[in-house]
Design a protein. Structure first.
Length: 124
């Protein structure tokens, strides 16, 4: 569904990245049948590009992604792992707080991955 996000340039301005993230959420609002896996993959592409700019993710954009993550959290462990990766790569204090709040809801390898992600995050 969101294959075009894989073909974007390696580097992009933050405003272009945020516009693409908004496009994902606008599309989701129009089509609720889009798979969570597709959203995770598309957001991962964009968050990775944003991280390459060496600037923190805009807190308003982070809040939008976290809100979506809350709604999508009660899915499979692979989805949870994808969301953990997104939050860790965003690297904001709000994404770290989200992971800390979700820690009691997971077990096994997912919990180990989440705890490691939290400990590796360098934000307040």
């Amino acid at each position: 569904m969101f294959e075009k996000f894989r073909d974007l340039p390696e580097t992009m301005e933050d405003k272009e990245i945020y516009a693409s993230i908004n496009e994902i959420f606008d599309t989701l609002n129009r089509d609720s049948k889009i798979s969570v896996e597709d959203v995770v993959d598309a957001l991962a592409e964009l968050i990775e590009k944003q991280g390459g700019n060496y600037t923190p993710m805009n807190e308003a954009m982070a809040a939008k992604i976290i809100e979506w993550a809350k709604k999508s959290w009660n899915m499979s462990d692979s989805i949870k792992n994808g969301i953990v990766s997104l939050m860790a790569n965003m690297g904001t204090s709000s994404s770290k707080r989200f992971l800390e709040a979700m820690a009691p809801t997971v077990q096994g390898n997912t919990k180990d991955y989440l705890i490691k992600a939290i400990s590796d995050m360098d934000c307040s």
